[in-house]
Design a protein around this ligand. Structure first.
Ligand SMILES: NC(=O)c1ccc[n+]([C@@H]2O[C@H](COP(=O)([O-])OP(=O)(O)OC[C@H]3O[C@@H](n4cnc5c(N)ncnc54)[C@H](O)[C@@H]3O)[C@@H](O)[C@H]2O)c1
Length: 429
């Protein structure tokens, strides 16, 4: 058996676990997937894909023979030495990462000199060191530990697994780190082999930096609105500078999702717990919260009081090509609109089921035009391509009013105006 075909276990079959499992199966590994969610495992056994992620269904189908699903960790322990951990690490009330799922995995692993935990979940810097201490306390000192943070993006996760910008492996220099490096070798990605704490910090710092870029351009957009500049032009001019780069310079109604909000918070708390006040991140978080609410001000500027006004939301997911609603800007927006007395209708191509569980007081439409029928204003919340390609003439015919707020600066302003509608973006002239 070639080194690249080493069998692996994957604990947690969410966005990261399932993509990691299918990706390594594609590279030739037998993969034993374990989850405590019995219903999810049952669906996966029947070839169903519980999440929406482009290309994942095909990847799972193509590698079905090499993928095994179970609720019993013992199945993975018997067949694989490397156990990739991809359980959730949501925020606690204090903003720290909740590591209870990680600790549950550690508690369930028996004594072994054969196995290694490979941490894919995003954890605070220092988690590896404290887990290795726990191994010792529980008489499991023979377990190896590797930090292998995940950088995939929902919406292009399969592509990101197969073509990563880099692979980061933090380890204690034992067999497990070497084995993880060999697993990733076929992808030919630049490798950062380092110590465990540094690998953990690479992940937190990367997400914090990207969130900072977003909050920075959002503040520039807000200043553009006061000064007559157009943030799209400004970002284009900035982004051509190699030192800056064009990515993550799209102004809008704030970042969301399962990672940025919690990881930025977790790094801020981690710094605070260690006695350091991370001032920059405090501002990044505050700017993002205010940015989600700026749409309300724009609506009021055009419509006056929102009581009884009909507002349509196009898109609910935190970004296009995913059904993930965690920390989506639409959650804050719909709650604020409800509180201000607006009548809200919404359409999202795939996130409706998740949204129904989280959002109350709005109606869900079956098509974009159904959501827009009779609306005084429409807000583009998620830049799904079907919204960018909308026929604005048809939109103008069904709407009651004429206001289009482009919360992602993704629409063709001229096409919107040509249909007789009023266009307002974020930081645009
Ligand atoms: N979603 C992303 O884009 C992304 C990207 C990079 C890193 N991450 C990180 O990866 C981790 C997982 O994120 P996700 O979005 O895949 O989460 P998720 O909520 O989609 O999936 C987590 C899965 O773990 C399972 N689980 C929980 N406890 C378990 C246990 N004790 N044993 C077995 N299974 C268990 C849950 O049932 C669930 O299926 C998080 O730490 C996250 O921060 C996520």
């Amino acid at each position: 058996m070639s080194a690249a075909r080493q069998p692996i276990g994957v604990i947690g079959t969410g966005y990261v676990g399932l993509v990691t499992a299918a990706g390594f199966a594609e590279l030739g590994s037998e993969v034993w997937c374990v989850d405590i969610d019995a219903a999810k495992i049952e669906r996966l056994r029947h070839g169903e894909v519980p999440i929406y992620e482009p290309g994942l269904k095909e990847l799972l189908a193509r590698n079905a023979a090499r993928m095994h699903f179970s609720t019993d960790l013992a199945d993975a322990l018997v067949h694989a030495r490397l156990l990739f951990v991809a359980v959730g690490t949501p925020p606690t009330y204090s903003g720290d990462a909740d590591l209870s799922a990680v600790h549950a995995v550690v508690a369930a692993i028996p004594r072994s000199d054969e196995h290694a935990l490979v941490m894919k979940s995003t954890v605070p810097c220092g988690t590896g060191a404290s887990l290795r201490r726990v191994f010792g306390e529980q008489g499991k000192g023979g377990l190896a530990y590797v930090s292998c943070p995940e950088f995939l993006k929902e919406g292009s996760a399969v592509e990101d697994f197969l073509h990563p910008d880099r692979v980061v492996v933090g380890d204690a220099g034992d067999w497990a780190g070497d084995a993880v490096v060999r697993l990733y070798e076929p992808l030919g990605a630049p490798l950062v082999r380092t110590d465990i704490a540094s690998a953990e910090m690479v992940k937190l710092a990367s997400n914090a930096f990207l969130a900072t870029k977003i909050s920075f351009i959002n503040e520039i957009a807000n200043v553009c609105e006061e000064t007559g500049a157009d943030v799209v032009e400004v970002a284009r001019g900035m982004g051509l500078d190699d030192r800056i780069g064009a990515k993550f310079l799209q102004a809008g109604i704030g970042y969301g999702g399962s990672c940025f909000p919690k990881d930025v918070d977790a790094l801020k708390q981690l710094a605070g717990n260690s006695g350091y006040h991370f001032q920059l991140l405090t501002a990044v978080i505050e700017v993002n919260e205010l940015q989600k609410r700026r749409v309300i001000g724009k609506l009021q500027k055009h419509l006056g009081s929102l009581v009884g006004k009909r507002v349509a939301l196009l898109g609910l997911a935190f970004k296009p090509n995913t059904d993930d609603m965690r920390e989506a800007s639409s959650l804050v927006l719909s709650a604020r609109l409800n509180a201000d007395g607006a009548v809200v209708s919404a359409y999202d191509p795939v996130a409706e089921e998740q949204a129904r569980a989280l959002v109350t007081g709005i109606s869900f439409a079956a098509t974009p035009l159904d959501a827009l029928r009779g609306a005084d204003a429409v807000v583009l919340v998620t830049e799904w391509s079907e919204f960018i390609e909308l026929d604005w003439g048809a939109v103008a015919e069904v709407m009651g009013g004429d206001l289009v707020i482009d919360g992602r600066n993704a629409l063709d302003a001229e096409a919107v105006r040509a249909a007789g509608l009023v266009y307002e973006g974020i930081g645009r002239r």
